[in-house]
Design a protein around this ligand. Structure first.
Ligand SMILES: Nc1ncnc2c1ncn2[C@@H]1O[C@H](COP(=O)(O)OP(=O)(O)OP(=O)(O)O)[C@@H](O)[C@H]1O
Ligand SMILES: [Mg+2]
Length: 453
């Protein structure tokens, strides 16, 4: 395991032993050349949010503090490591770090000799898995190893990378450059050190085992819940009452993926007998939207008929449905009037706050740039006055339209993909990076957001 300073090598090593002890009943030895036993246990326990000290007391893990071994010869020290490993019958060994070990003695030792010894005595004879940490000085990208890379069964590299297109936010990357006997899906993964070391694989759809109806999330005096506790937390409490939330979504994010983040708010409104009006993104018509709301969140046909309104350009073939509101698609002014009317309708019927979704892309396709800006502004004025919420979906290519709404927006969030993982971050409020996964534990689809730190 190689990496620059502060990339998470020690956290990974600690977790390797912790999981071994807890999940697999495998004892482990941590050989530390850089930190004292006490500090290592304290820091790792804090980072992993577990009690490693207790595991050490119970004998499940052992930390060997070898900071001061200058006086000993290298073979004595190696003998010690082998002895401790054997005495504990440890199946996992971490050397933190191989680099420090090679420099620890009066006479610097060749890594080759240390490695040979570890291999023949521990790894081969005792079936011990050794994680050898290698320090790479800041600014150097190559490992600067040599033969170790060939001898090891696996080579992993940890990196911190600042990404310009994410406005200088930092991501952490794991490169698995070698892993004998393992077929790798991809060479690069994102990871986070939030509550320990966690790899963030490409976004995966999960099955819902037992479907349940959406459970309402309570609002506060000042904010509507987004329907997702995680998203509420990221944006400091939800959508402010009377606000515009702008979501800028990269083209490689699929419909299902942004729906996962945006639609719980609609479900949360509907579950409280409140209305929602949608000008959907391309490819989604009223029937698709209605079916999705019933399927994903367990609403009934009656609820959809009375609470949902979906705007759809007239194609001449759609049968009448209470939730369908047809737009002429010819005269922008007429359509805008119709849209505003529909927005008012459910709100009047329910006598409750309402939520609106507007796809700026759809608006631009139907009516062009000028009219899109006009309708966007009118809708914003309306929700601010009436203390509702409007969510506008857009993508980076609609630059001129976005510019206008970035200034008006109370919230401005962006979704991008990186190594297959979906990332969310806020420009307004400014937030760090979060990775979005699918959470089906409630019986319906919710986003799970984990910070990348
Ligand atoms: N849960 C956490 N929350 C916040 N920060 C964390 C958390 N876990 C780790 N960090 C930060 O990440 C950094 C990386 O941890 P770690 O000590 O594992 O790096 P390292 O690669 O071993 O660095 P070095 O080469 O300097 O030993 C730590 O300095 C710590 O500040
Ligand atoms: Mg370290």
């Amino acid at each position: 395991m190689a990496g620059n300073p502060g990339t998470g090598k020690t956290v990974f090593g600690g977790q390797f032993l912790y999981r071994g002890a807890v999940d697999h009943k495998e004892r482990g030895v941590y050989v530390s050349f850089a930190e004292s036993r006490g500090r290592l246990l304290h820091n790792l326990s804090r980072h992993l949010e577990v009690d490693l000290g207790k595991l050490a007391e119970e004998g499940a893990i052992k930390v060997l503090d070898l900071q001061a071994v200058k006086e000993e010869g290298v073979s004595t020290v190696l003998e010690m490591i082998v002895e401790e490993t054997r005495a504990l019958n440890a199946k996992r060994l971490v050397v933190d770090s191989l680099t420090a070990m090679a420099q620890a003695f009066k006479e610097p030792v060749e890594l080759r000799i240390i490695l040979q010894m570890l291999f023949s005595r521990l790894i081969e004879k005792m079936g011990c898995t050794a994680l050898l940490i290698v320090e790479v000085p800041t600014g150097r990208r190559e490992l600067g190893l040599g033969m170790e890379e060939f001898v090891a069964d696996g080579v992993m590299i940890l990196r911190k990378r600042v990404i310009p297109r994410l406005d200088g936010r930092l991501v952490r990357e794991l490169e698995v450059s070698k892993m004998r006997g393992t077929e790798l899906q991809q060479p690069l993964y994102l990871f986070t050190l939030h509550k320990g070391f966690k790899v963030l694989p490409p976004f995966k759809v999960k099955p819902v085992d037992e479907k349940r109806r959406f459970q309402a999330m309570p609002d506060t005096d000042t904010h509507f819940s987004t329907g997702s506790g995680d998203l509420d937390e990221v944006i400091n409490g939800g959508y402010p009452k009377g606000s515009l939330a702008l979501y800028e979504i990269d083209d490689d994010i699929s419909q299902l993926e942004w729906e996962l983040l945006l639609c719980p708010a609609l479900a949360n409104f509907m579950s409280q007998g409140r209305g929602g009006t949608i000008l959907p993104a391309g490819g989604i018509d009223a029937d698709i939207a209605a079916r999705a709301v019933m399927n994903l969140y367990g609403f009934t046909q009656e609820e959809v008929d009375s609470l949902l309104r979906v705007q759809e350009p007239q194609t001449g073939t759609s049968p009448d449905r209470p939730y369908r509101s047809l737009l002429e698609g010819l005269d922008a002014e007429k359509d805008i009037a119709q849209l505003m009317r529909t927005m008012g309708e459910v709100k009047e019927e329910t006598g409750k706050p309402a939520i609106y979704y507007i796809s700026l892309d759809t608006a631009e396709t139907l009516w062009g740039e000028e009219a899109t800006r006009r309708i966007g502004s009118l809708a914003t004025i309306k929700v601010k006055k009436e203390h509702d919420v409007v969510i506008k979906l857009t993508h980076p290519a609609l630059k001129k339209i976005n510019e206008k709404f970035v200034n008006l927006a109370d919230l401005h969030l962006k979704m991008v993909k990186e190594h297959g993982a979906i990332l969310l971050y806020g420009e307004k409020p400014r937030t760090g990076l979060y990775v979005m996964e699918m959470d089906t534990s409630q019986g319906y689809l919710l986003p799970k957001l984990t910070p990348i730190i």
